[in-house]
Design a protein around this ligand. Structure first.
Ligand code: AMP
Ligand code: GLY
Length: 425
């Protein structure tokens, strides 16, 4: 079977790495891919948002299944377009992907179906937003309604910060269309975790829960990033808690979307805050998370292709999805200056010849090949995942491998999974 993965980050490398282990996959393609993915798949220079070219490529190469990594093509309707042409694609339609592309849509759905979430009000004009903000307790959260590359959420500790954020979005239009409406949301405090689930519109199969590290600095300080690392399983997500989140969050949303006529096929991602032991939804994504996928897929025992096909063919109920009783830790290596501006084109030294053993793997994110040399090409450059019987072993393996790889200005957090290790070991 020929499989195309759309995207170019660590998540896509992890998808390709896992699919390459499937005996039924005969050929892998990635659009556009990166320097690490090249070792396992044919990379084609088509942008992830270029739906016309992607479809033309799939038709000409007779690709059997397309798997979508990032949110943008989903929000643009890649799944609708492919299904219209009877092409098999793993990912939700534009209608169902609104769960991620519009925070207002997600919030309304949660309120209607009593899914626990922070209370919020939405505004599309600045004056009433500011009036409302002045009456709210601090901290307060200001969110752009649309897709803003993970930058559309401001947790404001002061009233000035909150006013600044709302003004940036509604008046200065820093996120253009995506910020034409804002949600002003109650601040929730607690332990964060990610629970992703495979769903074919009816059956919901939760994965191992993960936790990511969004802040750039040690001890969760500094600005938010696309993710500095992750680990799984998250100790806070006991089997009872996963069952509870599935029952109170994932199940009602999947059922509601089906009844609305836009069934969700793909991965539904719930970002959860555990507040005094109770789960509340912070956000939904309509796809695999990054870097979470880099720790969750290495723990999947079942052939990933079997799972993806069961979703696409709406027969997930018949498949037993199994997981290894192991742990994984991913440490992300970033360019100097990230998440602000950063240099690119810097040579990366010490990369292992093969992507890695089964216990430590280098997933590429922002890399490319230039004159035979792998160089940096983004803010998040590599994700180094260690796997082991316990979190402490996995973590040790990730950091040991990461320490052998270098490029100028390389940054990584040295405390990935530390909190979890303090709470269990
Ligand atoms: P989101 O993109 O909605 O996940 O928001 C990014 C990050 O902002 C989350 O991972 C949380 O750390 C934080 N966040 C979002 N909503 C809230 C909230 N209501 N209360 C506290 N923190 C939040
Ligand atoms: N790790 C957060 C995301 O994938 O959006």
């Amino acid at each position: 079977m020929k499989v195309l993965v759309v995207g170019s980050g660590g998540r896509e490398h992890a998808l390709i790495w896992k699919l390459a282990q499937s005996p039924r996959v005969s050929r892998l393609y990635c659009a556009p891919g990166n320097a690490g993915i090249e070792a396992l798949a044919r990379c084609v220079p088509i942008a992830a948002e270029d739906l016309v070219e992607l479809k033309a490529f799939v038709l000409s190469e007779r690709i059997d299944l397309t798997v979508v990594g990032p949110e943008k093509p989903l929000a643009l309707g890649i799944a609708d377009e492919f299904r219209r042409s009877k092409l098999r694609i793993f990912g939700p339609t534009r209608g169902a992907a609104q769960i991620e592309s519009s925070k207002q849509f997600a919030k309304d759905l949660m309120v209607r179906h009593r899914v626990p979430t922070a209370s919020a009000r939405s505004f599309d004009a600045l004056a009433p937003a500011l009036d409302y903000l002045r009456q709210q307790p601090l901290p307060i959260v200001v969110k752009a309604d649309g897709l803003a590359q993970g930058k559309g959420v401001v947790v404001a500790r002061t009233r000035e910060e909150a006013v600044e954020a709302a003004t940036d979005m509604l008046e200065r239009q820093v996120f253009a269309e995506a910020g034409r409406r804002v949600l002003i949301e109650e601040f929730l405090e607690g332990e964060e975790l990610t629970l992703m689930a495979f769903t074919d519109g009816k059956t919901v199969v939760p994965m191992v829960a993960a936790q990511d590290h969004k802040r750039v600095g040690e001890g969760d300080t500094g600005p938010n990033t696309g993710g500095m690392g992750a680990y799984a399983p998250a100790p806070a997500a006991t089997p009872e808690m996963r069952t509870r989140i599935t029952r109170e969050v994932l199940r009602p949303i999947v059922d509601a979307l089906l009844r609305m006529g836009c069934p969700f096929y793909g991965v539904l991602y719930a970002g959860i805050m555990l507040v005094r032991g109770a789960p509340y939804v912070l956000e939904f994504n309509a796809r695999f998370g990054d870097p979470e996928t880099q720790v969750v897929l290495p723990l999947l025992k079942t052939d990933l292709l079997d799972v993806l096909e069961a979703v696409v063919e709406h027969r997930l109920e018949q498949l037993a999805v199994e997981w290894h009783e192991r742990a994984a830790v991913c440490v992300v290596m970033t360019s100097a200056g990230y998440p602000g501006s950063y240099p690119t084109g810097l040579p990366i030294k010490g990369l292992p010849e093969s992507p890695g053993s089964q216990d430590a793997i280098v997933f590429h994110a922002g890399t490319k090949r230039e004159h035979g040399q792998v160089v940096t090409a983004g803010g998040r450059v590599l994700g180094v995942t260690g796997i082991g019987a316990r979190l402490s072993v996995a973590r040790e393996r990730a950091y040991t491998l990461a320490s052998t790889i270098s490029f100028e200005g390389r940054h990584l957090r040295t405390d990935i999974a530390s909190r979890a290790l303090r709470s269990v070991v």
